[in-house]
Design a protein around this ligand. Structure first.
Ligand code: NDP
Length: 828
C-alpha cells in the first residue's frame, strides 16, 4: 500500500509487538512446576493443565495442577517462614519490597507480553496500565512496611494468608493482594486463576532473584476444585483474600464461617455511568469507551449501565455508535488494537447467552458494522437501548463488552436507578456542574465514585464494594487492616463459652483476674446480696405494705416501647436464680419491624456530625444522672460488686464521651494519586447494623457497641445481653430523654441466637455484629452469606470491655463505617 493510499483510507497498518522473548521464556521452562519454599517442585498428582492464547485459540504453555497435598506443603512452608518473617523488622521487609518493585520494572516488557498472550488483553493496556500499577503497588506498600511500627502500633500480622485471584487482571490482582500482605509481615500461598498463571510464575522467579526468604511467597497453579477449595478449608490458614464472582465469594463465606479466618471479598458489580445533560458529551464518549471496552468489559467495576438524562440520550447514543464503528478489535499483541480477546470460550459463550437474553426480553441491540476475527475468542462492542431496569441484562453482571443504556429525568431518578442493583462497587458521574456531581457522589451506594472520569486505580486509594460486591478494602491505608489483627487479640486465648456461666474470670491484659461480672469473688457475692436486698426492698416500692408497681419493659422500636409480637415474656434471674423481672420475648416479626424502623431513620447519617456528638453527650449526661440506679441494676442481675458495677457505669459514661468526641473527628483523608486531581476517602455509615451484645458487662457491652455505630451515623437493632437485659431496657428512658431520633436505636430482647439468625438473614441489614459463643458466630457468618453482609464476630473470645484498648477506639469506628473514594480530577 502506498503512502498516498494510506492518506486516502486512513487505515491502520499492523503494529505487532514481538512475542519471541515471551514465547522463548515459556519454552525454556515448561512444563511449569509449583513454587514452594522458593523452589520449583513437581505437583504431587503429576498432572498439568494447558494454558491457551485466547487471541488465537492455540496452546501456550503447560502448568502444574496442584492438589490438596501440595496445598499442605505450601501452607507448611508459609507457616515455617512466618515464624521469622512475622518478626522481621519493617525496614528489612521494605527493602525486599523495594527490590521487587525494581525487578518488576526491569522485566516490565516481558511481563506485559506474557500477560497479553495469556489473557488476550491488549498490549497497550498491559504495558501502560497493568504492569506500571503492579510496580507502583510494591513501591507504595514498601513504604507501609517501613512505617508499620510507627503507624500501626498495637497491630500484628495475621499469619498465613491464602489468596485466590481471578483472570481479568492476573498480575495486578496478585500485586493488590501480595503487597499489603508482605508489608504487614504475613506469608502467602497464592492461587492464580487457571486460565492465567504465567505472570504469577514469572513473579515467582522474581522472588528468587530478590532472594526473598523461602516460604514467604508460595504460588500454586491449578484448578479451583483442587487448590482453591483446599486453601479455603485449610485449618492452618489464618485469612482468605478472594477476588472473583459473587457466587464463589458466597461459597467461601460459608466454608470459612466460624473458622476464625479473616476474610476479604472483592466480588462482582454492575456499575452505573451517569451522564447529566450539561456534561461534555465528547469526553463522555471517551469515558464510556474506557468504562466498558477497557479489558473487553471484563472488569468488576466496568461502567456497564449507562444512565443518560433523557434530553441528551439520542445525541449521546448517536455519538457513541459513531465511535463504536471506529473501535478496532484483534490480536492482543497489536499495539493499535482497542479491544482484545475474551479470556476463554466458556466466558464468550456466557456473554453470548446474556446478549441473547437481552434481545429476547425486548431490548434493542446494536453492534458496529465490521466483523470480528474468526480465530480466537472475540466479541464485538455491543450497545443495548430500550432497556427496562428489571431485565436480566440490566441486573446481571455480563463481564463482557456489553453496555446497557437507560434514561432518567431528574437527579433523584438517577440516584434511584444507580442504586437499583444488588452490587455496589463503583460509579461514574458526568456533569460540568461540580455542585451537582458532588451532591450525587455520596448518595450512590458504591465504594468508588469517579467524577468525570472512570476506571481510575491507584495503590494509595482503597477499592472495594458495598452490598453484594463484597467487603474489605484493597489499597490505601485501609487495605492494611485486612492483613493485621490487634496484638491483644492474637494473645487472647480465653473462650467465652467456657468462661460464661462457669464462674471463671477472664485473664486481663495485665495477667490478673479482672472482674468480669458473671464471675465473682466471695467478697463480691456479699456485696451482691446487699444489692439484691436493696432492689427487692425498694426499687419501685415506697411503702413496704404496698405491692411494687410492675415495670416490665417492652421492646424499643421506632422510638416507642412496643409489646413483643409473640405475646410471651422471658424471666430475668439474679445469680441465685430468683426472678427479678421479665422482658419481652422478641421474634422474627419484631426484628422485621425494628429493621424497618432503623431504615426509616437513615437520615441520621446525613445530619451534622456535631449534632450526633451533642446527642451522645446528652445520653452520657442522662445516664450519669441515674448512675446509682444503673449500678444497682448491674449488681442485681449479675454477681458484680457495687464497686465493680459503679466502675462499669462510669466506664460506659466515659465511652459515650469518647464517641461523642470521635463523632466529628473520625474523618477521611485526601489522597494524591499520580494524576492531576484528588481522591477524597470518606468513611460513610454502613447503614443498618444488627448487634448481639455480650452477656458480660450488660450496660458497658451495650454502650460499647451502640455508641460508635450511632456516632458514625448508623442505625442499629440491638439484642441486649440475654442473661442481663435490664441494663439495656433501662436505657429506653435515657434514649427518649436525650433527643435520639426515633428508629436510630432499636432494642429487641429475647433469645440471642434466634434473633441474630433473623438479623443475619435479613436482606435489609447491612452488617451484623455478634459477641457470643463460637457456634453462634458460625451461624451468623453462614446466614450472612445470603446478601454478603459484613460481619464482625468474637469467635467466642472474650474482650475485656473495661480496657480502652479492647473495648473502644478505631477498631469499632472502622467496623461502623465503609470508605468511599471519590475521585475528582481537575483541569479543563
Ligand atoms: P470465579 O469466581 O469462579 O474464579 C475466581 C478465582 O476463584 C479463580 O482463581 C478460580 O479458580 C477460583 N475459584 C473458583 N471456585 C472456587 C472455589 N469454590 N473455592 C476457591 N476458589 C475458587 O470466576 P470465573 O473465572 O468463573 O468467572 C465467572 C464470573 O465471575 C465472571 O463472568 C464474572 O462475572 C465474575 N468475575 C468477577 C471478577 C471480579 O474481578 N470481581 C473476576 C473474575 C470473574 P479457577 O480459575 O481455577 O476456576
Amino acid at each position: 500500500m502506498s503512502i498516498l493510499n494510506i492518506f486516502d483510507t486512513m487505515e491502520y497498518g499492523p503494529a505487532p509487538e514481538a512475542a519471541n522473548a515471551g514465547l522463548a521464556w515459556i519454552a525454556e521452562r515448561q512444563p511449569f512446576g509449583l513454587f514452594i519454599n522458593n523452589t520449583w517442585v513437581k505437583p504431587a498428582g503429576k498432572q498439568y493443565i494447558e494454558s491457551v492464547n485466547p487471541a488465537t485459540g492455540k496452546p501456550l504453555a503447560r502448568v502444574a495442577a496442584a492438589t490438596s497435598e501440595d496445598v499442605d506443603r505450601a501452607v507448611k512452608a508459609a507457616r515455617t517462614a512466618f515464624e521469622s518473617w512475622g518478626k522481621t523488622p519493617g525496614h528489612v521487609r521494605a527493602r525486599y519490597m523495594y527490590a521487587i518493585a525494581r525487578h518488576i520494572q526491569k522485566h516490565a516488557r516481558l511481563l506485559a507480553v506474557l500477560e497479553s498472550l495469556d489473557n488476550g488483553k491488549t498490549i497497550r493496556e498491559t504495558r501502560d496500565i497493568d504492569i506500571p500499577l503492579v510496580a507502583r503497588h510494591f513501591y507504595y506498600y514498601a513504604g507501609w512496611a517501613q512505617l508499620m511500627e510507627q503507624e500501626m502500633p498495637g497491630f500484628a500480622p495475621v499469619g498465613v494468608v491464602g489468596q485466590i485471584i481471578p483472570w481479568n487482571f492476573p498480575l495486578l490482582m496478585l500485586a493488590w493482594k501480595i503487597a499489603p500482605a508482605l508489608a504487614m509481615g504475613n506469608t502467602v500461598v497464592l492461587k492464580p486463576a487457571r486460565y492465567t498463571s504465567l505472570t504469577a510464575l514469572k513473579f515467582a522467579e522474581i522472588m528468587q532473584e530478590v532472594r526473598l526468604p523461602p516460604g514467604v511467597i508460595n504460588i500454586l497453579t491449578g484448578e479451583a476444585s483442587q487448590v482453591g477449595e483446599a486453601l479455603v478449608r485449610h485449618p492452618d490458614v489464618n485469612k482468605i483474600a478472594f477476588t472473583g464472582s459473587t457466587d464463589v465469594g458466597r461459597s467461601i463465606r460459608r466454608a470459612t464461617a466460624g473458622s476464625g479466618k479473616k476474610l476479604s471479598l472483592e466480588l462482582g458489580g454492575k456499575s452505573p455511568f451517569i451522564v447529566f445533560d450539561d456534561a461534555d458529551l465528547d469526553s463522555v464518549v471517551e469515558g464510556v469507551v474506557d468504562a466498558i471496552w477497557f479489558n473487553q468489559g471484563q472488569v468488576c467495576c466496568a461502567g456497564s449501565r449507562l444512565l443518560m438524562q433523557e434530553n441528551i440520550a439520542n445525541r449521546l447514543i448517536a455519538k457513541l455508535r459513531a465511535r463504536m464503528e471506529h473501535l478496532r478489535i484483534g490480536d492482543s499483541l497489536d499495539k493499535a488494537v482497542d479491544i482484545g480477546a475474551i479470556v476463554s470460550p466458556g466466558q464468550l459463550k456466557e456473554i453470548q447467552r446474556l446478549v441473547e437474553a437481552g434481545v429476547e426480553e425486548g431490548a434493542e441491540m446494536w453492534q458496529p458494522s465490521w466483523t470480528c476475527p474468526t480465530e480466537g475468542n472475540f466479541f464485538p462492542p455491543t450497545l443495548f437501548t430500550n432497556v427496562s431496569p428489571a431485565t436480566t441484562i440490566a441486573q446481571v453482571e455480563i463481564f463482557g463488552p456489553v453496555l446497557v443504556a437507560m434514561t432518567f429525568r431528574t437527579p433523584e431518578e438517577a440516584v434511584a436507578l444507580a442504586n437499583n442493583t444488588r452490587y455496589g462497587l463503583a460509579a461514574s458521574v458526568w456533569s460540568d456542574n461540580i455542585n451537582l456531581a458532588l451532591d450525587i457522589a455520596p448518595r450512590i451506594k458504591a465504594g468508588s465514585v469517579w467524577i468525570n472520569s472512570t476506571n481510575l486505580f491507584d495503590a494509595s486509594s482503597g477499592f472495594g464494594g458495598y452490598r453484594e460486591s463484597g467487603f474489605g478494602r484493597e489499597g490505601g491505608k485501609e487495605g492494611l487492616y485486612e492483613y493485621v489483627r490487634p496484638a491483644w487479640e492474637v494473645k487472647a486465648t480465653v473462650d467465652l463459652h467456657i468462661a460464661v456461666g462457669s464462674g471463671k474470670g477472664a485473664a486481663s491484659s495485665n495477667g490478673s483476674i479482672k472482674g468480669v461480672n458473671m464471675a465473682a469473688h466471695d467478697e463480691e457475692v456479699e456485696d451482691g446480696h446487699e444489692g439484691d436486698k436493696r432492689e427487692n426492698g425498694g426499687m419501685n416500692a415506697y411503702h413496704p405494705a404496698l405491692p411494687g408497681i410492675d415495670r416490665t419493659p417492652k421492646l424499643f422500636i421506632g422510638g416507642k416501647q412496643a409489646r413483643s409480637d409473640s405475646g410471651y415474656s422471658r424471666d430475668v434471674l439474679d445469680r441465685q436464680g430468683h426472678v427479678i423481672g421479665q422482658v419481652g420475648e422478641g421474634n422474627r416479626k419484631d426484628i422485621r419491624n425494628a429493621v424497618e424502623a432503623a431504615h426509616a431513620a437513615s437520615g441520621w447519617a446525613n445530619g451534622a456530625a456535631h449534632t450526633r456528638a451533642q446527642i451522645l453527650y446528652y445520653i452520657a449526661e442522662n445516664l450519669s444522672a441515674r448512675e446509682d440506679e444503673f449500678a444497682r441494676r448491674i449488681v442485681q442481675q449479675t454477681s458484680a460488686s457495687r464497686a465493680d458495677a459503679a466502675n462499669e457505669v462510669q466506664t460506659a459514661i466515659s465511652r459515650l464521651f469518647s464517641y461523642a468526641a470521635w463523632a466529628d473527628k473520625y474523618e477521611g483523608v485526601v489522597h494524591r494519586p499520580p494524576m492531576r486531581g484528588a481522591v477524597l476517602a470518606l468513611p460513610e455509615a454502613t447503614g443498618v447494623i444488627g448487634m448481639a451484645c455480650p452477656d458480660e458487662y450488660p450496660l458497658l457491652g451495650f454502650i460499647s457497641l451502640v455508641a460508635p455505630a450511632i456516632a458514625m451515623g448508623d442505625t442499629v437493632v440491638v439484642i441486649p445481653s440475654m442473661q442481663a437485659p435490664l441494663s439495656a431496657t433501662d436505657c429506653y428512658q435515657v434514649l427518649e430523654t436525650s433527643d435520639v431520633p426515633s428508629g436510630v436505636v432499636n432494642i429487641v430482647t429475647g433469645d440471642r441466637d434466634t434473633l441474630s439468625q433473623v438479623l443475619a438473614e435479613h436482606d435489609d441489614v447491612d452488617s451484623m455484629w455478634y459477641f457470643g459463643p463460637l457456634e453462634g458466630c458460625q451461624r451468623v457468618e453462614l446466614a450472612s452469606a445470603g446478601n454478603m453482609k459484613r460481619t464482625w464476630v468474637s469467635y467466642g473470645h472474650r474482650r475485656d470491655w473495661l480496657d480502652t484498648l479492647q473495648g473502644e477506639g478505631q477498631e469499632f469506628l472502622r467496623e461502623s463505617t465503609q470508605v468511599k473514594n471519590i475521585w475528582i480530577p481537575y483541569g479543563e
